[in-house]
Design a protein around this ligand. Structure first.
Ligand SMILES: Nc1ncnc2c1ncn2[C@@H]1O[C@H](COP(=O)(O)OP(=O)(O)OP(=O)(O)O)[C@@H](O)[C@H]1O
Ligand SMILES: [Mg+2]
Length: 634
C-alpha cells in the first residue's frame, strides 16, 4: 500500500454498522456507552458534512437522506458476533454518500480516545477534521425526484439521528419515529396549543423521544434530534431552538465531539452529581482577537529591537488585566521575561514597589540562564554601571544572586553613596539594557496605573526613552472611569511620543455579542444557537463588559431566573422575565446589590478588610479571629 494514500478501509452499509454497534453494546461501567455515543456522533457529523456539501450543488430528494444512502468505512472486518470492549474511534476512517458518490475521510480521529480521559477542566479536545472528495460536485440540473428544502433536509436528518442513537433495530418501522411526530403531539396538546401549556408540552416531549431516554442518551443529543425533527413542523415544542440549517447541525455535532466532557453528560450522570453549577472556563479569553494581535505584534517588534509602550484603558471589569495576562503567558513561552506590578489604591509606595518588581526580574534571569551566561551578564553590568555596582546591589539586592561568591563579597563591601532619582533611573536603565536581549525581551506590565504616581511614570519614561539597544515592552493599564484628563498617565503618553517611543493606546470596550454568546453557552454547556436570545439580552444589559456578564449570570442563578433542570438535563430560563430585569448601570451596582444580601456582620468584616488594600496579610486574619467581635464571622 502506498503510505501517502489514506487507508480507505472496509465499506460497511451504515445500517449494518449500526446493527453491529447495537449488538456489541459494551457494559456501561467500561465507558462503553460513552464511547459508542462518540462513535455514533462521529458518523453523524460525517453524514451532516456530506449533506451540507451535497446541498450546495445537487437537488436532494427525501430518499437520499436515509441511512440506506450511507456507507461507513472502518479499519477492521466488522464482525457482529464479536464483542469488542476495546472498540475505539480510530477504526472509523470515513463515511460515503452513495447517491452523490461523495467520500468523506476523517483526519486524525485518534484524539477522541484521549478526550475521554480528560477531566472537566481538562481543556478542549481537538476538532475532528474531514476531507470530502471529489472537492467539486458537478451541478446536476435535473432530478427525477421532488426537490426538498433545507428545513425538510434537517427534519429527515433528525429522523436519521434518532435511528442512529435510539438503539432500535434500524430496519424496524419503529426506528423511523413516524413521518411527523409533532403532528401527534399537536393532537395530544389540543388545537389551541400556544406553547404555554407546560405540563402537556413536557409530556409530549418525553413520549416522543422515549427511545432515546430509554438508552440514557445525553440530553444534549436528545435536544439536537428534537430540534432537527421539529424543524419543519408548525408547532415545534421549543420554537426558539429549532434547527433549520445543516450548518447549525454540523456546528452542534462538531461541538459534541470537540468537548465531550462538557456536552456528553447523561441524565444519570447528572443525577449523581446532584446540583449543577455554571461551568465558567477559567482560562478562556473570549473575543479580543484584534487586541491580542496588536499586543503580540508590538511585542514581536520589541524583540527585533527597540522599546515600545502600550496603554490599555477601559471600564473596570472590561478585561484589561485578563487580556494582558494572556499575552504574558505567550511572552513567557517565547522566552521573554515578564514582570508585573499591580498598584493598590490603599498602599501608597509606588516607586518602592516598582523597584521591587525589577528586583524580582533578577530571580527570573537566574532561573533561565546558565552560569556562563550569568557571568556574561555580570561582566556587562559591571562595565556599564562601573563603580555603581554596589548601588545596583542596594537597589536590587537580588542582583547578588547573579554574582559569583568572590565578586559578591567585594561589591557588598564597597561604600554606599546616597541615591537620588537620577541615579535610580541610570541604574535601572543600564540594568534593562544589559538583561534584555533579542531572545529574552522584557515585558513590564504595570496594572492599575491610575493608582501609580508621577515619579513611577517618570522612571518609565526614562527607561523607555533612552536610545539604547534595550528591548523593553511596557504595558500599562488604567481604569478610564477613574482618571481625569489631567492624570499623569496622559502626560507620560505625550512625553513618550515626543521622545519618539512607539506608543499605542487602546480603550477596551465590551466584547461582541457573539463572544458573549460563546461565554454563556460555555457556562451553560449548551449549544450556542440555543443561548442566542439570552445572550442578546445580557449583552444589552452589560454592554458586553465580561465581568458584568459573569456577575449577571451568577445573579440570575441566585434569583432563580436561570436554573438547571435535572429532568431536562439542561439549563432553563425565561427570556421575557430576564429582559424585564432592571438594567444595571455598572458593575458596582451588581456588586453592591450582592453585598446587600450578605449579613450585617459579614459586611462589617468586608469593610474592615478593605482598609488593608487588595491583599490581606494572614496575621491580620489571625488577629481578627482572636477578637470576640469577629471570631464568629471569619
Ligand atoms: N475576554 C474575556 N474573556 C473571559 N473572561 C474575561 C474576559 N475579560 C475579562 N474576563 C473576566 O472578567 C473579570 C474581570 O476582568 P479583569 O480583572 O481583567 O478586568 P479589569 O478591566 O482588569 O478590571 P479592573 O479595572 O477592575 O482591574 C475576570 O474574572 C476575568 O477573568
Ligand atoms: Mg484589572
Amino acid at each position: 500500500m502506498n503510505p501517502d494514500q489514506p487507508e480507505l478501509g472496509e465499506a460497511v452499509p451504515l445500517q449494518t454498522w449500526l446493527l453491529g454497534e447495537i449488538q456489541k453494546q459494551i457494559p456501561v461501567q467500561q465507558n462503553g456507552q460513552q464511547l459508542s455515543i462518540i462513535r455514533k456522533t462521529t458518523v453523524a457529523y460525517a453524514v451532516a458534512k456530506l449533506l451540507r456539501r451535497a446541498i450546495t450543488s445537487t437537488p436532494l430528494s427525501a430518499a437520499k437522506i436515509s441511512i440506506d444512502n450511507f456507507v461507513v468505512r472502518t479499519k477492521k472486518q466488522h464482525d457482529n458476533s464479536e464483542l469488542l470492549p476495546t472498540s475505539s474511534m480510530t477504526d472509523i476512517l470515513g463515511v460515503d454518500m452513495i447517491s452523490e458518490r461523495l467520500s468523506l475521510t476523517i483526519i486524525e480521529p485518534s484524539h477522541v480516545n484521549n478526550m475521554l480521559d480528560e477531566g472537566e477542566e481538562g481543556g478542549t479536545g481537538r476538532a475532528i477534521e474531514v476531507c470530502i472528495s471529489p472537492s467539486q460536485l458537478l451541478e446536476s440540473s435535473s432530478s427525477a425526484f421532488e426537490q426538498i428544502d433545507e428545513k425538510t433536509i434537517c427534519h429527515l436528518f433528525g429522523v436519521m439521528l434518532y435511528q442512529l442513537y435510539s438503539n432500535l433495530d434500524p430496519t424496524s418501522k419503529e426506528s423511523l419515529l413516524g413521518a411527523d411526530p409533532i403532528q401527534n403531539n399537536s393532537e395530544q396538546l389540543g388545537d389551541d396549543y400556544d406553547g404555554a401549556n407546560e405540563p402537556a408540552r413536557k409530556k409530549a416531549a418525553t413520549t416522543t423521544y422515549s427511545a432515546l431516554h430509554d438508552v440514557n442518551t445525553p440530553p444534549s443529543i436528545i435536544m439536537l434530534v428534537q430540534n432537527l425533527v421539529e424543524s419543519k413542523c408548525d408547532h415545534p415544542l421549543n420554537p426558539q431552538n429549532i434547527c433549520t440549517s445543516m450548518k447549525e447541525a454540523c456546528d452542534d455535532l462538531h461541538l459534541l465531539l470537540h468537548e465531550p466532557s462538557r456536552f456528553m453528560f447523561t441524565r444519570k450522570q447528572l443525577e449523581r452529581v446532584g446540583s449543577v453549577q455554571l461551568k465558567f472556563r477559567q482560562n478562556r479569553l473570549y473575543g479580543r482577537e484584534k487586541e491580542m494581535s496588536l499586543l503580540s505584534d508590538a511585542f514581536n517588534r520589541v524583540s527585533a529591537g527597540g522599546n515600545e509602550a502600550f496603554f490599555i484603558g477601559g471600564f473596570s471589569g472590561s478585561g484589561k488585566t485578563r487580556l494582558v495576562e494572556t499575552v504574558m503567558t505567550l511572552v513567557e513561552i517565547s522566552g521573554g521575561y515578564v514582570i508585573k506590578l499591580k498598584f493598590d489604591q490603599v498602599k501608597g509606595r509606588p516607586l518602592l514597589e516598582l523597584i521591587s518588581a525589577f528586583n524580582e526580574l533578577c530571580s527570573l534571569i537566574r532561573k533561565k540562564k546558565s552560569p556562563q551566561e550569568l557571568q556574561i551578564i555580570v561582566d556587562q553590568l559591571t562595565e556599564s554601571v562601573g563603580s555603581d555596582l554596589s548601588m545596583l546591589g542596594r537597589l536590587l539586592p537580588n542582583v547578588y544572586s547573579l554574582l559569583p561568591r568572590g565578586q559578591l563579597k567585594q561589591s557588598r563591601e564597597q561604600g554606599g553613596n546616597r541615591m537620588n532619582f537620577q541615579s535610580v533611573c541610570f541604574i535601572l536603565r543600564q540594568f534593562m539594557r544589559v538583561v534584555s536581549s533579542k531572545s529574552h525581551p522584557v515585558m513590564l506590565f504595570l496594572d492599575d496605573l491610575q493608582w501609580s504616581d508621577s515619579t513611577v511614570l517618570d522612571v518609565i519614561h526614562d527607561i523607555l526613552s533612552e536610545e539604547t539597544d534595550a528591548r523593553c515592552f511596557f504595558v500599562g493599564s488604567y481604569r478610564s472611569n477613574e482618571v481625569s484628563s489631567e492624570h499623569a498617565i496622559f502626560g507620560l503618553m505625550k512625553d513618550l511620543e515626543t521622545s519618539k517611543v512607539t506608543t499605542q493606546k487602546l480603550i477596551l470596550d465590551g466584547i461582541k455579542i457573539e463572544d458573549v454568546n460563546t461565554l454563556i453557552s460555555d457556562a451553560l454547556c449548551a449549544f450556542p444557537r440555543t443561548t442566542r436570545r439570552l445572550s442578546t439580552i445580557i449583552h444589552e444589559k452589560t454592554q458586553g463588559n465580561p465581568f458584568f456578564c459573569l456577575e449577571f449570570l451568577r445573579s440570575l442563578v441566585d434569583r432563580g431566573l436561570l436554573r438547571h433542570s435535572l429532568r431536562q438535563g439542561s439549563w432553563e430560563w425565561d427570556a421575557e422575565k430576564i429582559g424585564l430585569e432592571n438594567t444595571t448601570d455598572n458593575v458596582l451596582y451588581l456588586l453592591s446589590s450582592k453585598m446587600n444580601g450578605l449579613t450585617n456582620e459579614v459586611q462589617t468584616v468586608l469593610k474592615v478588610l478593605s482598609c488593608f488594600g487588595i491583599k490581606v496579610n494572614g496575621n491580620i486574619i489571625t488577629y481578627l479571629n482572636s477578637t470576640s467581635q469577629y471570631c464568629d464571622i471569619i
